[in-house]
Design a protein around this ligand. Structure first.
Ligand code: CA
Length: 199
C-alpha cells in the first residue's frame, strides 16, 4: 500500500499484471534485474473499493477502475479473501498473481516512473513543475496541466447523483475570453440535462 500511495501521489504507475503473458514478462524483467526477488507488489488494489453490483472490482495504481478478472490465471484465482493488494510470486509454474494484505514489505515493479517531488505528470507522461499547473498556460503540450483546475473554468464532472450548479461556491469566476472545456461523465444510458442561464 505504501508503494501504491507513493506512486499515485507522484503520478507514477505500478505494473498491471493483465493476463498470463504480460505477467510472465514482468516477472522475467524482475528476475533478470534482481535474481533474488521472488515476489513483488504490482498495481492492483481493492483498498477503498465499495462493491456495487459485483465483488471483483478494484483500482490500478493510477486510480482507474480495474477488476481481478483481467489477470486471473487459474480457476477461482486470485482469492480476494487473502487481501486487497496484488503481488506476483514466482512458483514452480512461473510467475502468478495473488492478493495479500497490503502492508507487507515487498519490492514493487513500476511501468511509469513517478515525477520528482514538486512536479506534476502530464497525460503524455511528461513531468512539469507543480507551479506550472493551472497557471493559464499550456506547459504540458497537451493542455493536461490546465484541466480540472479549481480556479479555472475547465471542469471534469462525474458526480451526477444530484443537481449541480456551476459556477457554484467551489468554482471561482473566470476571466473573459478564456477557453473552457467541461467534461461531464455519467452512467451509461443516463442523460445529462444542461441549462445555460447566462454569460
Ligand atoms: Ca500550465
Amino acid at each position: 500500500m505504501h508503494a501504491y500511495l507513493m506512486f499515485s501521489r507522484y503520478g507514477g504507475k505500478l505494473a498491471e499484471p493483465v493476463g498470463f503473458v504480460l505477467t510472465d514478462e514482468i516477472g522475467t524483467l524482475v528476475t533478470n534485474s534482481d535474481p533474488g526477488v521472488t515476489s513483488v507488489w504490482t498495481g492492483y488494489t481493492r483498498e477503498g473499493y465499495t462493491p456495487a453490483t459485483d465483488d471483483t472490482g478494484g483500482f490500478w495504481s493510477d486510480g482507474t477502475p480495474a477488476t481481478v478478472d483481467v489477470g486471473v490465471w487459474g480457476h477461482q484465482e486470485p482469492d480476494i479473501s487473502m487481501g486487497s493488494c496484488a503481488y506476483m510470486r514466482l512458483g514452480s509454474s512461473g510467475w502468478r498473481w495473488y492478493l495479500d494484505v497490503c502492508d507487507r514489505p515487498r519490492s514493487f515493479v513500476c511501468e511509469a516512473t513517478p515525477c520528482p517531488t514538486e512536479s506534476f505528470r502530464c497525460d503524455s507522461g511528461r513531468c512539469v513543475a507543480t507551479n506550472l499547473r493551472c497557471n493559464g498556460e499550456n506547459n504540458c503540450g497537451d493542455n493536461s496541466d490546465e484541466r480540472n483546475c479549481p480556479s479555472e473554468c475547465s471542469q471534469y464532472i462525474t458526480d451526477l447523483q444530484q443537481d449541480l450548479v456551476y459556477p457554484g461556491t467551489n468554482i471561482a469566476t473566470y476571466a473573459n475570453q478564456v477557453t473552457c472545456q467541461w467534461v461531464v461523465e455519467g452512467a451509461t444510458g443516463g442523460r445529462v440535462y444542461l441549462e445555460v442561464s447566462g454569460f
